[in-house]
Ligand binder design. Structure first.
Ligand SMILES: *Cc1c(COP(=O)(O)O)cnc(C)c1O
Length: 362
């Protein structure tokens, strides 16, 4: 029915491109949160391990536990550990990114109770994204606490709010200067030097001189880096396909879909496809904003997208029930489809629902 084809040889290609952008001594963290951006976290983790990735990262503890259950041995960072998952995080040998006093204290309490010393941790600073992270005026506190014997401070990092923005970017420059200050302080006071990192995918292309010791790469492994010029160096990994469930003729003036979402301006042929907003094709792609490819021809999505289905206008396209339909893929990028629905590749990819069968091509 609906299939998401994952071309892992394209992941190999993207990995090589990213490694070519950074120094040999710079490490790379493979970010595979949200089931590897809607792909398949296990297959991505295994492939990245084969390619020689230095570390993996997920958003939440539960995602890391799943990877461990499947035998992933590479160090796994948890970007956004929550207070209620710290014990299980330790049990699964995951590395927390600590971003607040409360979280750090609670994590230390858990280590104390379990009698653990030198547990690898990462510290996240907020330099301007204003999401999570220690504010700059907590540096002194962080410097003291991270020297405690319970912890082994592996790395110190921050995250840019607009790493893809055309240079010079006022916001990025300000964040970088804050991060430089943080870095200096840590270098001055640390007994053992932690690693430093700041860049995500677009940052790797836009700010190579600030790659520090590690980069964190997510979307670029999937073939996108938030700018056409960089996307062109990469290859899309995921291809989303469906099949025509039913074809029917609709008279001029008849309505198609819920709430009279579309009125046929003339007699048309409509194809119903078995994919809808429960599968990640949100309502914002409806109303002719987005089209799908059928035998290399474009068929616009008409009216409102339903939970399980959507309708496309295939008038003039020579097709039959059961024929293959492509939403996005190698020639028509997920990024351009995302833009047609006023969203971004991250949301479109990560939102592909569990009913869509993943087919891995290795
Ligand atoms: C998701 C995430 C990344 C990866 O970002 P991409 O733009 O997908 O490369 C890097 N760092 C942090 C903290 C993240 O949450």
């Amino acid at each position: 029915m609906n299939t998401l084809h994952l071309h892992l040889t394209h992941l190999d290609h993207n990995y090589k491109i990213i490694r070519d952008q950074i120094h040999d001594s710079t490490q790379c963290i493979g970010v595979i949160k949200a089931n590897a951006y809607g792909g398949d976290a296990i297959y991505f983790a295994k492939r990245l391990e084969l390619l020689g990735i230095d570390k993996l990262a997920v958003a939440y503890t539960e995602e890391g536990i799943q990877l461990r259950k499947q035998g992933i041995k590479t160090p796994i960072m948890v970007f956004y550990p929550q207070m209620d998952s710290l014990r299980t995080l330790i049990a699964a040998d995951l590395e927390p990114c600590l971003y607040s006093k409360k979280l750090l204290k609670s994590f230390k309490d858990h280590l104390d109770k379990m009698g653990i010393e030198q547990y690898p941790i990462h510290i996240k600073y907020n330099t301007g994204l204003n999401r999570v992270g220690f504010p700059l005026d907590h540096i002194q506190w962080v410097l003291e606490k991270t020297q405690l014997s319970q912890f082994k401070l592996e790395s110190v990092y921050s995250h840019l709010a607009a790493s893809e923005e055309e240079r010079p970017s006022k916001q990025c420059s300000l964040q970088i200067s804050h991060f430089e200050k943080i870095r200096k302080k840590h270098i001055e006071t640390s007994r053992t030097l932690p690693k430093f990192h700041l860049l995500n995918s677009s940052g790797i292309f836009n700010y190579p001189e600030f790659q520090y010791d590690i980069v964190r790469c997510g979307i670029a492994f999937h073939g996108f880096a938030n700018k056409l010029e960089w996307d062109n160096l990469l290859k899309p990994v995921a291809v989303l396909k469906s099949k025509i469930s039913q074809l029917h003729q609709v008279e001029e003036g008849a309505s198609v879909g819920y709430d009279n979402g579309w009125i046929a301006p003339e007699a048309v042929t409509i194809a119903a496809l078995p994919i809808g907003h429960a599968d990640g094709i949100g309502r914002h792609f409806g109303h002719s904003r987005t089209s799908v490819s059928i035998h290399q021809q474009e068929a616009p999505i008409v009216g409102n997208i339903c939970m399980d289905m959507l309708m496309v206008n295939v008038t003039g396209i020579n097709c039959k029930e059961g024929d293959e339909v492509t939403f996005f893929g190698l020639n028509k990028s997920a990024n351009s489809i995302a833009e047609s629905g006023n969203t971004i590749s991250y949301e479109l990819l990560a939102g592909i629902g569990p009913r869509v069968k993943r087919i891995v091509h290795s």
